[in-house]
Design a protein around this ligand. Sequence first.
Ligand code: KE4
Length: 434
Amino acid sequence: MQSKNERLMEEAMRYIPGGVNSPVRAFGSIGSCPRFIKRGDKALIWDEEGKEYIDFVGSWGPMILGHNHPAVLEGVTEACKNGLSFGAATAVEIEMAKLVCELVPSIEMVRMVNSGTEAVMSAIRAARGYTRRDKIIKFTGCYHGHSDGLLVKAGSGVMTAGVPDSLGVPKGCTKDTLSAVYNDLDSVREHFMRCGEEIAAVIVEPVAANMGVVEPKPGFLEGLREICDEYGALLIFDEVITGFRLGVDGAQGYYGIRPDLTTFGKIIGAGMPVGAYGGRRDIMEVVAPLGGVYQAGTLSGNPVAMAAGLAQLTVLKENPQYYGELNQKSAVFFKQIQETVRGAGLPWRVNHVGSLGCLYFTGQEVFDYESAKTSDTKAFGNYCNYMINRGVYLAPAQFEAMFVSMAHTKEQLRQTLDVMEQYFSELKKGGMSL
Ligand code: KE4
């Protein structure tokens, strides 16, 4: 007998590629049927079959306050009553820009767009327009959205130009994208020594949260800052995940590094489609209509989306203690996961930074893409399906982060650990294959 989720997936597959509007949602890497989520509240979500889950995806990061936060709901509801969109300047966009500039010291000017992808694409164009240089350095294992120039084959040789990692991306779009190794400053220096005067920018996830969760080694981010200054290249922090997550001033505040440009998404929209890029005024002044870098968008700065983001950022600004509580709660939780795994005699590794964490199914330390890739994704799939089937909604892919929110209660985290303990003890008794 087909479940409702299976019936919905069958129908979705008829009208939407892969049945989903974003590939990771298809549960392909864990080989099971996606849950069609009907609603969320605080740290919980329910699927169309009425099953309840403790949510550690949180829409891939935006729901730091949990689902349905009253301030966000009220902000959106009130904004809707005035109309959904005008394609004209609105006062709420000024409020939003002012708040982002106030909360993130490196941001002197900011432009709203509709996704993280659009924010990164635009920031790179601004960097190229400002420096009049073409090349960009990114890091293997870091993901910056799906704009052509960034869909570069992972690990393509340090000495060679980027090779497209997707059909439909012409070689010309990636020839100026150079790959370096995360946490390896020498791999960055090699590029600069060879063609430093052609390099417009280095773009980095200050905490790499698209190969699980990989923290920058001490000196890595500082080294990037120094190398960029030495060669006149710009440093772009892609804070689509870490922005307003690690603290109100993101990873740049957490690590004390000042990038030239920063990209945002996710939390800045509180679940509505919002991205943003901003930074030094002299750089942002190259953006149209002020300067010659063209970028536009029908729904950029949409008043309803701004109301959502403004409400969430205001709650975070007015309650700075939330971050201490969230990061402390998360640190205890991720350490307990590590203890649970070790207690079952298993070698797997937990990486965590603030409220981001990842359980890697590998016995190796994970500090870059190559070490992350040693994870046993099949074993992860078995674990992930077990957890989801028992009401713990994890990202259905090994190389995604767990997101803890302010709404997760200690009881829900304890419940999650109990299910993990069941899994690992059954595994140890041989009740399940790896
Ligand atoms: P969006 O275009 O998906 O809003 O943002 C792209 C992006 C840019 N930069 C970073 C660091 C990101 O993590 C992302 C998107 N993150 C993924 C999750 N790892 C979104 C989930 C999905 O693709 O469905």
